[in-house]
Unconditional design. Structure first.
Length: 340
């Protein structure tokens, strides 16, 4: 194992596949390892280049292998897929990773720190709780609507439905179902309390993170969006410009064409769906606010474009600004202040 210079490591839950080559590009290692054997086996290797696909556990293994002296490179799975020759299996994936990590034009993903990975985990927990809350609300609305009980959309309407459930004099819903709906109402209260706990943890992390504080100064970018960007983008310098960063999130037009004729379509929707949704929702909130209605750029765009199109354009603009603030370590300055 002393002549290995590059390794492709295919990650899994229990069994990992290793594919290694030497300086002459000859295969010297092709084997599988159990989870408990991985670090001990790599500790016996001389420092080499280790390639892995960027997945859920990749950042942890990248930190551990880096402590052992190895150089670890994470790659998007989509970029590695083209190097799989025929049948897809663990051995073929490891060989493809080993080949892809050597390509000079390959795109690499920076590994996250434990703090950034923890913040990203908070966002996933919050997203799950929000989804469960929405599902519970929709079920409650649908079941009560079957008995002719309708309320407006939003939390105000949900409060009206909960008040009806808590009214002992309201007999429109039969008792067997009434008890089940009370259980759904209790679930909603529990989810609301859990969301408050998660939001407090997110706010606490955002207060001590400088990048989050800078991003929160952008109009249309709140605490949730700012912490999501700070947690999911460990190193903004991997993007050549703000345009590349916004393109990685998928809020730029899709390009299709040949022969010098390029056609622009709808947004590509590539990259992080979560950050894209937060950015567009924040932009919509800003457009409806008093500050947004007085923004000259927004007024000019709304004069000729639908609101949702302007929201995507504003999300694109905000993501470019966010990249600039992360690279420069500055807070947002309005155009008038910057010009002055």
């Amino acid at each position: 194992m002393t002549d290995v210079t590059r390794i492709g490591l295919d990650l899994a839950k229990s069994v990992f596949q290793v594919h290694g080559v030497n300086a002459d590009e000859k295969v010297t290692i092709r084997r599988s390892l159990r989870r408990g054997q991985l670090l001990a086996w790599f500790s016996k290797l001389p420092p080499c280049l280790v390639g892995m696909e960027a997945c859920a556990g990749a950042h942890y293994w990248a930190r551990e292998l880096t402590r052992l002296g190895h150089t670890v490179r994470l790659m998007p799975p989509l970029c590695v897929k083209g190097y799989v020759w025929r049948n897809k299996n663990d051995a073929a994936d490891a060989a493809a990773i080993c080949e892809a990590v050597s390509r000079p034009a390959m795109r690499f993903v920076p590994s996250k720190t434990p703090e950034q990975q923890a913040a990203a985990g908070i966002h996933r927990a919050r997203s799950l709780l929000t989804k469960q809350e929405t599902m519970t609300m929709n079920s409650l609305r649908g079941l009560m609507a079957e008995f002719g009980i309708i309320a407006p959309q939003g939390r105000k309407g949900m409060a009206e439905l909960l008040a009806i459930l808590n009214d002992p004099d309201d007999r429109r819903i039969p008792e067997p179902l009434h008890g089940a709906l009370q259980a759904l109402a209790a679930t909603l209260r529990s989810l609301a309390a859990q969301l408050k706990t998660v939001d407090k943890a997110l706010a606490a992390w955002g207060r001590q993170d400088a990048i989050t504080r800078h991003l929160s100064t952008i109009p249309g970018v709140g605490l949730v969006t700012a912490t999501a960007i700070a947690a999911h983008v460990p190193d903004p310098h991997v993007f050549a410009s703000g345009r590349h960063f916004s393109a990685s999130v998928g809020v730029v037009p899709r390009q299709e064409g040949t022969g010098g004729k390029v056609q622009l379509g709808s947004i590509s929707k590539k990259g992080s769906r979560y950050i894209r949704r937060l950015s567009v929702n924040g932009a919509m909130s800003y457009l409806r606010s008093k500050s947004g209605r007085q923004d000259p750029w927004v007024v000019k765009m709304l004069a000729s474009k639908p609101m949702k199109v302007v929201a995507v354009a504003l999300a694109n603009k905000n993501l470019r600004i966010a990249w600039a603030l992360m690279v420069r370590g500055e807070e947002y300055r309005p155009a008038t202040v910057a010009a002055a």
